[in-house]
Design a protein around this ligand. Structure first.
Ligand SMILES: *Cc1c(COP(=O)(O)O)cnc(C)c1O
Length: 343
């Protein structure tokens, strides 16, 4: 058996039936908005979340960056979590693309708490301060180990934003993992956020692609920014077909990834070299090691046993379950973890 790759849910490969859907897709030039498959994917996703419109983009970084550009103006400020993807993992894109500063919130496991927002909001009458222009939340929160927002918290955040006239963006790279756990309806989520970014290339198993959802006028603006960023693709329907396939076939199985992640977490937390694990709510398991300097050693020992995981910060390893991790791969990982239990 080849290596079991737990580094990320982005490593999934398209299945034969997904590839067939891609090969069979009718195509056109999407910059002219003439690709029937891209148009179908955008309409499908917009409808799923009850949003007016959607835009197919190359990546989740691109959908997030475009959303932030469309919501803000240079000199503004974005409220986001200090561990958020938009701040930490998008190459400084907010500063570069939107010319905005960020107010970083230290919330619980990658999540902003509603009562943290008031003090982050700058007084618009004070000319010393950048104008607060956007709040962005991440659900599930990657750096929080796949933590899911409490629905009451999201509602309170939404209420706060509505009261203050601030748009609210959701980085929903793993939104379907969140919905699989909190049982919320896609349309309920659609109503709570002004814009949603979601990834087709993570747990849903498409090779490429993300979607940005919002109002008609917001997406019109976003389409212009996508072009500016070089993201206008031509016969992109070949990729969008994988996205449609993913939305139709790969959402209902996410609970399997969550079940396997829980089992992996239960094994990890028993090991003498593991100090603690983050609560396992979805498909991400983060283990904090007793000795920070053993991280690379543990990672290498697991690799030697055919299990790939990823360094996630000082003394931390991350394991992610996904479409290409079956029970056999899980079993192999559990045995490997147990066998290095004597550090
Ligand atoms: C993966 C991810 C993204 C987008 O990543 P891309 O690799 O650019 O598609 C955005 N937000 C979060 C929380 C992610 O985990």
């Amino acid at each position: 058996m080849k290596n079991a790759d737990f580094r990320s849910d982005t490593v999934t490969l398209p299945t034969p039936s997904m590839l067939k859907a891609m090969m069979d897709a009718p195509l056109g030039d999407d910059v002219f908005q003439e690709d029937p498959t891209v148009n179908a994917l955008e309409a499908y996703a917009a409808d799923l979340f009850g949003k007016e419109s959607a835009l197919f983009c190359a990546s989740g970084t691109q959908t997030n960056q475009i959303a932030i550009m469309a919501h803000t103006s240079p000199g503004g400020e974005v409220i986001c979590h200090a561990e958020s993807h938009i701040y930490k993992y998008e190459g400084g894109g907010i500063a570069r693309n939107s010319q905005c500063s960020m107010k970083l919130v230290q919330g619980n496991l990658g999540r902003i708490l509603p009562n943290q927002l008031e003090s982050c909001l700058n007084n618009p009458k004070d000319v010393h301060l950048p104008l607060t222009q956007l709040v962005s939340v991440e659900d599930t929160a990657n750096r929080g180990g796949g933590a899911v927002y409490k629905i009451e918290d999201l509602r309170d955040i939404q209420k706060f934003c509505a009261t203050k006239g601030l748009p609210l963006h959701l980085d929903g790279a793993r939104i379907f993992n969140a919905l699989a756990v909190n049982g919320m309806n896609t349309k309920t989520y659609g109503q709570m956020f002004d814009s949603i970014s979601l990834c087709l290339s993570k747990g849903l198993g498409a090779p490429v692609g993300s979607l940005l959802l919002g109002t008609e006028s917001f997406i019109e603006k976003a389409r212009r920014f996508r072009k500016v960023l070089g993201g206008g693709m031509r016969q992109a329907g070949i990729l969008a077909a994988a996205g449609i396939y993913a939305l139709e076939n790969n959402i209902s199985r996410l609970h399997e990834d969550h079940r396997r992640a829980k089992l992996l977490g239960e094994t990890l937390v028993m090991q003498s070299w593991v100090q603690e694990i983050f609560p396992v709510e979805t498909n991400i398991v983060v283990a904090v090691l007793h000795k920070e300097d053993q991280r690379d050693l543990v990672q290498q020992q697991l690799m030697d046993l055919g299990i790939a995981c990823i360094a996630f910060g000082p003394g931390m390893l991350r394991f992610v379950t996904h479409l290409n991790i079956d029970d056999e791969a899980l079993e192999k990982a559990i045995l490997a973890i147990k066998s290095i239990g004597k550090l």
